[in-house]
Design a protein around this ligand. Structure first.
Ligand code: HEM
Length: 184
């Protein structure tokens, strides 16, 4: 199945990103540190979603309207008294010129909801926050159901576009790691 192959083919990049983020999260000590982390996600996911939205609509992904993440990050930033930052553009983002590449990038964004529940527990436990966690809480108890629905859409795609989806997903992981390193 396409979704299983994608998981396997992107595992290395996921692990590299996860390692980077876990060490960042362990280093968070204050609300301001957490705000900076949210701003990092806002910049990258914000630019990425703007590109994805040019190619993904309800015909490809029926519940697309429920899946946008940038608004939730902005809400969390504002709830903690911060300001959204400038979104990533140009080469800081992966190339997204068609729906295949957009699906690959979206795999990364949607998959982040799975790690998100772990991240939100790490952060709320460490900083004792009760607000500003909506992005990392993502779909709450519906997270696995939303993930399964997204994988079902991936698995409906023709095998010919698997390589394009995989390349876009790996570029999306890699550019996010670069983005974090640039803002360290
Ligand atoms: C502290 C950071 C992170 C941790 C601890 C983490 C952990 C996890 C875990 C445990 C899963 C598997 C969940 C399951 O199968 O039920 C997962 C899946 C996934 N995560 Fe992460 N993650 C982290 C960050 C991220 C980020 C930032 C992204 C993307 C920007 C991401 C993308 C994905 C993707 C795409 C999957 C789906 C893999 C599949 O195809 O099944 N993760 N993550």
């Amino acid at each position: 199945m396409l979704a299983d192959n994608l998981k396997e083919q992107t595992l290395t990049y996921h692990q590299q990103l996860e390692k980077k983020l876990v060490s960042q999260i362990k280093g968070l000590n204050t609300k301001e540190d957490y705000l900076q982390l949210l701003q990092l996600f806002y910049g990258y996911f914000g630019g990425l979603e703007d590109r994805i939205n040019l190619f993904i609509d309800q015909n490809i992904l029926p519940d697309h309207a429920q899946r946008r993440k940038t608004g939730a990050i902005a809400d969390d930033i504002l709830a903690l008294g911060g300001e959204p930052v400038t979104k990533a553009t140009g080469d800081a983002l992966p190339e997204i010129n068609n729906a295949d590449q957009a699906l690959g990038a979206m795999y990364v964004i949607e998959g982040s909801t799975l790690g998100g529940s772990i991240i939100s527990k790490m952060i709320s436990g460490k900083l004792g926050l009760t607000t500003g966690l909506s992005f990392f809480n993502s779909y709450g108890e519906n997270t696995h159901q939303m993930w399964d629905a997204f994988k079902a859409v991936l698995n409906k795609q023709p095998a010919e576009i698997e390589a394009a989806i995989t390349e876009a997903a790996n570029n999306t992981f890699l550019k996010f790691k670069n983005w974090i390193e640039q803002h360290d």
